[in-house]
Design a protein. Structure first.
Length: 122
């Protein structure tokens, strides 16, 4: 099972979610030369069938140092998620979050800093 880490924007005054719109996400992706918008996802079923679906905010990031890839998925709820991110991906997520006025938070409530290290747990 994948462990998710998310870029989440929260209203500083009330702690309420403040979604990252698809338009904001697409503008960010177009400004970041390391990111490449894919816009669709696909997989092969156990029976060998190709399954494709629209994913308008799905973006591929290729680490310029290691050439490892990560998928940043913008959801309809305004959260950007990555499954099982590497240390390098967590660092990139922090940079993206900072640009969007957001934070990086794991499935268990822990936050992450600029070096990809956990800060706290809820």
């Amino acid at each position: 099972m994948a462990y998710g880490v998310h870029i989440i924007r929260v209203d500083q005054g009330h702690g309420e979610p403040h979604p990252i719109t698809l338009e904001e996400w697409l503008a960010y992706v177009s400004s970041d030369e390391e990111m490449r918008l894919k816009g669709e996802a696909s997989l092969t079923s156990p029976s060998g069938d190709a399954i494709k679906w629209d994913a308008p905010g799905l973006t591929e990031w290729v680490d310029p140092h290691t050439r490892n890839r990560a998928w940043f998925d913008h959801s309809r709820t305004g959260i950007v998620s990555v499954g099982n991110p590497s240390q390098e991906t967590l660092v990139k997520m922090f940079k993206v979050a900072k640009a969007l006025g957001a934070i990086v938070q794991g499935d268990e409530g822990e936050g992450y800093d600029a070096s990809g290290q956990p800060l706290w747990r809820d």
